[in-house]
Design a protein. Structure first.
Length: 73
């Protein structure tokens, strides 16, 4: 779980997401949902996220901001 978060620090910062011990699992679950990967399938989620980052990190950060930030409140 969250094995790929270290690679997302820049995208999280751009999206305004502060990952904490309290919300880490929820952020992980929401990212899996966002990339259409079954929850807890970390390698598959990372492959999907990595592809989105390589395609356009700013667009992925914006997607995180729009889809995840509201659900963390």
């Amino acid at each position: 779980m969250t094995c790929y978060f270290r690679h997302l620090k820049g995208a999280f910062a751009k999206a305004g997401i502060a990952v904490t011990p309290e919300n880490k699992r929820e952020v992980d679950r929401l990212i899996h949902e966002l990339v259409h990967v079954e929850y807890k399938a970390c390698p598959a989620a990372w492959r999907a996220v990595k592809a989105k980052l390589q395609e356009d990190e700013d667009a992925f950060a914006e997607l995180l901001r729009r889809k995840i930030v509201p659900r963390l409140r």
